[in-house]
Design a protein around this ligand. Structure first.
Ligand SMILES: [Zn+2]
Length: 496
């Protein structure tokens, strides 16, 4: 079994003539798309829309293949400067389509008999959802010149502030016991078995934010101001209204989720308090103990064992899912092991052109790494479901995106808990509670913080001290008496 993924099916390298030709083709595809936008024929609307949709498909397919190749190369070699250069070049090329995109959207929105047009053309029929959505949301569009300017200016405003945030948080030096560490490395110590290490790492982490808090304060204020400006220009009710519409989600759905969460918060607070007691804390769990491991899991896996384990478990649910998991292991879709210059964490990337996925993990053989594999393979299974869709119909929103992955994770966790001895069972159930507490309490605290930031931003700039206070009050509300109110994380807005 390969331990690294194979990207050869895409290109042999940057020098590969196929890669160089596709870059040229992408430039031509952008030109074709822009030319078609300039020649839309009001007398033949179905033909005009179809031509632009097909041109957009070609452009999307090319851009995806090239971007996927560069970004996957870069994720296993973060100092791959060629990847950065090619991606920058392609982003510039693609920013030149913003005006044509708007022209097409305005043209679609102006069709009074859109339903009839869709019914008259096979390609338009396949894009029915997209076209109707364009028409519905056209009221939020700005003029083509303004859309073009907004798109171009974003590179030096919102995107630039966000790049600065990523740069500062990935390069800030954390002083820990006479050594310098990175933020991800110090935050990882929250999982240490040693209570003293967890506490010292938390203190070092908080101290390191002092070095970058002012720069991040300007970044946060500017990004939020930009969102508010766009909300106002486009005519949305609020940033939340815009996010919901863009995610295809109704306010009622979000409210129903919040109602269910609030109903169950006391259970989570009870869990946190109990964990605090077991670790010797009287006033709730201190922040630095959130990820303290309880119980112990000794079982380890090789990649072959992980494959057999997952294939057997998932076959019981769906044979085609099990088959795909086998292919993922056998056909080098997965890059398993950590090494210098490889990014941390795990992700799954759809490679629509190959009707495959690529998965990156930092596998060290623990059960939780097998659960991570199951999660990412769930994303890959979702990707299989969209491989026969047209290139312009493959987007999906965040709530849908995590469905198959969470399902897979649950199948594996349930099986592992059922087969575990007592110590292991405690460890597994507790680790599951840790994860769910993050989704319930932590995400909710961030929602509260973000809402407060938007509410306050129109009145003026918020300095770091004010942002810290807002974060603390959001955490107190979300975590209730489960956490020690004297030991929270006032800088969560710097780190996430
Ligand atoms: Zn996921």
């Amino acid at each position: 079994m390969n331990k690294e993924w194979s990207l050869e099916e895409l290109y042999k390298g940057y020098e590969d003539s196929a890669f160089q030709e596709d870059i040229k083709k992408l430039e031509q595809a952008v030109a074709t798309f822009n030319r078609l936008a300039g020649n839309l024929d009001a007398a033949q609307p179905a033909k005009s829309i179809r031509e632009m949709l097909l041109a957009s498909e070609e452009l999307t397919a090319l851009a995806e293949r090239l971007f996927v190749f560069c970004s996957l190369k870069q994720s296993v070699n973060t100092s791959d400067n060629d990847a950065v250069a090619y991606m920058g070049k392609m982003e510039d090329m693609l920013s030149n389509t913003a005006k044509a995109d708007t022209v097409l959207e305005q043209f679609v929105a102006a069709q009074e008999n859109l339903e009839e047009l869709i019914a008259s053309d096979d390609i338009l029929k396949e894009y029915e959802y997209k076209l109707k959505r364009i028409k519905r949301e056209a009221c939020y569009l700005l003029s083509e010149e303004v859309e073009e300017a907004v798109s171009k200016l974003n590179a030096s405003s919102g995107t630039a502030w966000s790049d600065m945030h990523s740069y500062l948080t990935s390069t800030v030096k954390v002083d820990y016991e006479g050594k310098e560490m990175t933020l991800p490395a110090i935050r990882n110590l929250a999982y240490s078995k040693d209570a003293a290490v967890r506490k010292a790492a938390y203190e070092a982490e908080l101290a390191s934010y002092e070095k970058i808090k002012d720069a991040i304060t300007f970044s946060l204020n500017s990004i939020k101001k930009q969102v508010l400006t766009m909300v106002e220009l486009r005519g949305y009710e609020s940033p939340l209204d815009m996010t919901l519409q863009q995610s295809g989600m109704q306010k009622e759905t979000l409210d129903a989720m919040f109602t269910a969460m609030k109903e169950y918060f006391p259970k989570f607070h009870q869990y946190l308090k109990r964990k605090g007691e077991l670790l010797g804390h009287k006033n709730g769990l201190p922040w630095y103990e959130l990820f303290a491991p309880m119980g112990s899991v000794s079982r380890t896996f090789t990649t072959e064992e992980a494959k057999d384990y997952l294939v057997n478990l998932l076959r019981g649910f769906a044979p085609d899912l099990a088959e795909m998991v086998e292919r993922a292991f056998d056909e080098a879709w997965i890059d398993f092991y950590p090494h210098e210059g490889k990014v941390g964490g795990a992700f799954c990337c759809n490679v629509q052109g190959l009707k495959q996925s690529r998965i990156l993990t930092n596998f060290d053989g623990s059960l939780s790494d097998v659960v991570t594999l199951a999660h990412e393979l769930g994303h890959a299974y979702h990707n299989v479901q969209i491989h026969n869709h047209r290139p312009g119909n493959t987007d999906y929103s965040m709530p849908v995106a995590e469905t198959a992955s969470t399902f897979n994770e649950t199948v594996v966790m349930d099986a592992a808990i059922a087969a575990a001895d007592k110590e292991e069972r405690i460890a597994l159930i507790e680790s599951q509670l840790q994860d769910i507490t993050q989704i319930m309490c932590d995400i909710y605290s961030r929602y509260l913080f973000e809402s407060a930031v938007f509410d306050n931003r129109n009145e003026g700039f918020m300095f770091a001290d004010q942002l810290k206070e807002m974060m603390l009050s959001a955490q107190k509300e979300a975590y209730g008496d489960g956490l020690d109110a004297e030991c929270l994380h006032p800088y969560m807005w710097v780190c996430k």
